[in-house]
Design a protein around this ligand. Sequence first.
Ligand code: PHE
Length: 445
Amino acid sequence: MAMRENWSGRFGFIMAAAGSAIGLGNIWRFPYIAGEHGGGAFLLIYLGVVLLFGIPLLMAEIMVGRAAQRNPATAFRLLGGRRWGLVGLLGILTGFIILSFYIIVAGWTLAYVGFTVRGLLDSSDPAVLAGQFDTFTRHPWSPLVYAGVFLIVVLATLASGVRAGIERANKVLMPLLFILLVLLTIYVLRLPGAMEGVRFFLTPDFSAVTTATFSAALAQAFFSLSLGMGCMLTYGSYLSRDENLPFTAASITGLDIASSLLCGLLILPVVFAFGFDPASGPGLTFVTLPAAFANMPMGTVVGCAFFVLLLIAALTSAISILEPAVSYFVEVHGWTRPRTVAVCGAVCFALSVPASLSFGLLSGHRLFGMDYFTLVDFTATNILMPLGALLTAIFVGWVWARQARLALANDGRLHQPWAPVWLLSMRFVAPPAITWILLSGLGLL
Ligand code: PHE
């Protein structure tokens, strides 16, 4: 096999991993989920979940990848035996499922950049914008064209390889993303009435908290940190054995939380300043926000900047969602990278067709009470990713524990005083907690 590629250094890795983590999950999903679960109370629970489970699991995933220097399926098989290889394969499969609905929303975003520039969203009436959104998403092929264009950019980046493709794109796009995010937030916070949104976002209202809040927070944490599907494992497999894992994991998580907080401070104040409903669900970004943009001074510029921001975030994440599969076919089946990328892309696109059509032609069809889009989103986010995370925790905590401690300490070269606490969490805290939340999220408890 040809020499395996790796990151040029720590900065490249952190940018790529943060690029994976910061995505539609932070900008499109986080604010409306927080809105539905009582704002500040959700925020506190979310932060707790991230510290308790997010960072330790992120370390575990990166560590497994770094130790094996292989794709998820081979990594688990090399370190734990044949049966564990299935966990890696499950992750690779999950990636296809996630990307199939992810590129649909990313495609909408691309379309909305164009709509804003052309002045097509110039209404301050959410009902009009909801109509526009419905007409667009219901169209049989138009959203698929946008999703296809988006996917081609993702594939082109992946085909260029780890350093020249993934790392280079992230090193440019991530700083740009933060600049846009900070500028937009500052602008929005100065609008009259914005502080009410800030108060809603930061003041905890515990009466809105139920068990569902905890499972929503956990699912959001895994989705946002790209955990449980081999993505961080694959990125970790290109990382040098000299890096300090807790430091890198904390940096990635810090950037991810910072961006979610900024998005909450950007989006909820806009919603409040114009008197809209913060719990308006997935349509918040595409219906409520454009209505608010139309009301504000320089609305077209702000709207355009916002959708570009969303597009960048979606792009750097989508790239990472497919990398586990790409590395698998290259390493295990010996395909060339461009060929692998083309085949994986075609499969993803095929899977995304029903996801898009579930807003139109297939909207009447229900399975387990959900349309296809909701079903695949739910399956991946609330079942497969927590399941992958659970199995990873069990693997690291019980099967591979001794080596894991060594790997955490870079084979004894680093002193890691927190290692026993981390191992305890992998053994006794994460598995039961994830199981409980997984089952209650499914309505089984
Ligand atoms: N973390 C990404 C987001 O928040 C989504 C993602 C999930 C990326 C799984 C990679 C793997 O949008």
